[in-house]
Design a binder for this molecule. Structure first.
Ligand code: GTP
Ligand code: MG
Length: 343
């Protein structure tokens, strides 16, 4: 039985009824104090790490829709992309970056420059590692890159869905001696595990500031860039060895036209015509991307067209041309052209 203690009735009604001379309960102020205004936080969070650790997968999971392309080949992301998450508590601007690697070509140097500038301009840095991979030289190189960083760094141990639970603790033990991480969070970007916890921890560290982007903005990329990336993602799905590294996509033109709708006589419907060039470095690369009797380029075209059509909501014609641009990875002109698509 819970203990019951008899107490004096302190309700306002009882106080009102109390005879004169007896102590009344203090009267509540008639003026309601204004509740403290909830703070709004906004800031940049850089996603960095070795290639293939799941940065773009995480960006898409956090935003709740596909913003960046993903593949099982390393060095998929070549240009930083923003993913903007706006809630009633704040706005987190995630910056997906190319994977950290030793740059051999001008392309790769540019990729690394995106990483360096994201490190300099963000409020929090998230270092992603792949829990299923052994610690190696590449990881040391990444930690070396981080030594110059003054902002708080989170360690995100990704892909915990494919490792045994008892493998995670030794990873935490190793990393916490290597760098003073602000937080260490095991996650699965693919399954969405622990992302709510991550988001909450990140939000707490962002500066009090109004929004930088409007509510409906989710990324900073142009349609042109997105379509080029979609085509490249389909290529990456099917090619191996050096092909993923020597392939680039440039959208030559996007033309929206009204055409007669044969299903509804007298009416028209929109159709978008897209012409894209796929650059490779050698003629044998070109042959591989085209495939036997054009079978591979046909498949790439079908998949890219379907995804673009779904995105814009009407019929799309996609014309793909595979072109040899020897040494394009060291050509500032070609690199400017491809980067320029992002706007
Ligand atoms: N099992 C599992 N796979 C994941 C997870 N996150 C990403 N992946 C896979 O890892 C591969 C690489 O994912 P990306 O998101 O492209 O990796 P990234 O870090 O952006 O790679 P780069 O752009 O090349 O630096 C893809 O095959 C993803 O499906 C995860 O949490 N669990
Ligand atoms: Mg990526």
């Amino acid at each position: 039985m819970p203990k019951t203690t008899k107490t004096a009735d302190k309700s306002p009604e009882a106080a009102a009824k109390a005879p004169a001379g007896t102590k009344r309960a203090p009267r509540k102020s008639a003026v309601k104090k204004a509740a403290p205004k909830p703070v709004y936080r906004t800031g940049y969070v850089a996603l960095i790490g070795r290639p293939n650790t799941g940065k773009s997968t995480l960006l898409n999971a956090l935003i709740g829709q596909k913003v960046a392309i993903v593949s099982d080949k390393p060095q998929t992301t070549r240009i930083s992309i923003l993913g903007i998450k706006t809630t009633d508590k704040g706005q987190i601007v995630f910056v997906d970056n190319p994977g950290i690697h030793k740059p051999l070509h001008t392309l790769n140097k540019r990729m690394m420059n995106f990483v360096y500038s994201a490190l300099e301009t963000s409020d929090v840095v998230c270092l992603l590692i792949d829990a299923s991979q052994k610690f190696g030289h590449g990881d040391e190189y990444v930690l070396e890159t981080l030594r110059k960083v003054k902002t708080p760094v989170f360690l995100l141990i990704n892909k915990v869905d494919i490792v045994r639970k008892d493998k995670v603790l030794p990873i935490i033990e190793r990393y916490k001696d290597l760098y003073p991480f602000r937080e260490i969070v095991p996650i699965s970007a693919l399954k969405g595990d622990n992302l709510d916890v991550l988001e909450k921890l990140l939000m707490e560290l962002l500066p009090v500031s109004p929004k930088l982007y409007s509510d409906d903005e989710i990324s900073d990329q142009t349609e042109k860039f997105l379509f080029a990336e979609i085509v490249r993602e389909k290529i990456l799905k099917y090619v191996t060895q050096e092909l993923p590294f020597v392939t680039a996509v440039y959208i030559e033109s996007i033309e929206k036209k009204e055409q007669p709708d044969w299903k509804k006589p007298g009416e028209s419907r929109p159709v978008t015509y897209i012409r894209a060039s796929i650059f490779v470095e050698k003629d044998n690369h070109r042959k591989i991307v085209i495939g036997r009797q054009g079978s591979l380029i046909k498949q790439i075209g079908i998949e890219a067209r379907q995804e673009i059509a779904e995105y814009i909501g009407h019929k799309v014609f996609l014309d793909l041309q595979v072109k040899v641009r020897e040494g394009w990875r060291d050509s500032e002109d070609v690199l400017d052209l491809i980067e320029g698509q992002k706007g």
